[in-house]
Write a protein that binds this ligand. Sequence first.
Ligand SMILES: [Zn+2]
Length: 139
Amino acid sequence: MIWLTHSVFAFLISKLWFNELSLTQAIFLFFASVFPDIDNKKSLIGKVFKLNIKHREIFHSLIFFLPLSYVFYIFLGEKYFVLFLIGSVSHILLDSLTKSGVRILYPMKFRIKGFFKTNSFSEYLLLFLFLILLIFFLD
Ligand SMILES: [Zn+2]
């Protein structure tokens, strides 16, 4: 999925969970929603960090993100912990709807796949649905 779909979906989930975010929290949520794609040099965040890591492995694994989220709980508190979980877990779940899928419990081989193709018309329809829902739930 593209970064816009990930971030709009994360904002939709956080709107239902928290109702309000500060600007700092919103920026943090955006970062969390695009963070897993740090393993893809063509992605928004991957272009900045240029890491040599295989795409959709460790950085798309719940086994990696659950302990990492706890680090945010220790240093920034409960709200940032939940925001990081919303951003990263929603990213991984959306990517698991794509044809290439995600090894959601990497290093285990088990992979979840769907039928969406990244950056395709079907993804844009999903993005449009998320935007409509987000607008609907805004006050
Ligand atoms: Zn991804």
